[in-house]
Ligand binder design. Structure first.
Ligand code: HEM
Length: 117
């Protein structure tokens, strides 16, 4: 079970890499107002959702305590990210503010994950 849990933490991190990495590749374009939500960002956000829910289940299954408030906030933030990226996925140019918000919310979730102990 422990191996499975660690495997999903690894997949969770691959999801962050896709979402945040996609954002970082578009930062120069964001400054020019021509950034777009690349497909990897949508796939990364979906990976975060699936692996996050699996991690909650795996933790519960082995009797470990999961902080419901922390997870609830992370889930709410991710739903906003997913909604924005999904709705605007086909747009060639995304408004600077909206694009920046997705990067900011991703980083907020990273720091909630690592600082909220
Ligand atoms: C953009 C969205 C997200 C980011 C950037 C993110 C980031 C992270 C990071 C960096 C970790 C490893 C550090 C730690 O163990 O605390 C982690 C772990 C975890 N995440 Fe997320 N997460 C996101 C979304 C979610 C969602 C939506 C859920 C649940 C529905 C979730 C559930 C978990 C759980 C349960 C762990 C703990 C794994 C363990 O140590 O057993 N995450 N997350």
């Amino acid at each position: 079970m422990d191996v499975l849990l660690h495997l999903f933490v690894g997949l969770h991190i691959i999801g962050i890499a896709a979402l945040l990495g996609g954002f970082l590749t578009q930062m120069k374009a964001m400054g020019q107002g021509t950034a777009r939500f690349v497909p990897g960002m949508l796939h990364g956000a979906l990976t975060m959702l699936v692996t996050g829910v699996a991690l909650v289940g795996l933790n519960e299954a082995q009797g470990a305590h999961v902080d419901n408030i922390k997870i609830g906030i992370k889930l709410a933030v991710l739903i906003v990210i997913l909604a924005l990226v999904y709705v605007k996925r086909d747009e060639e140019k995304v408004d600077k503010g909206m694009f920046g918000l997705v990067g900011l919310l991703t980083m907020v979730n990273i720091f909630i994950a690592v600082l909220w102990t």
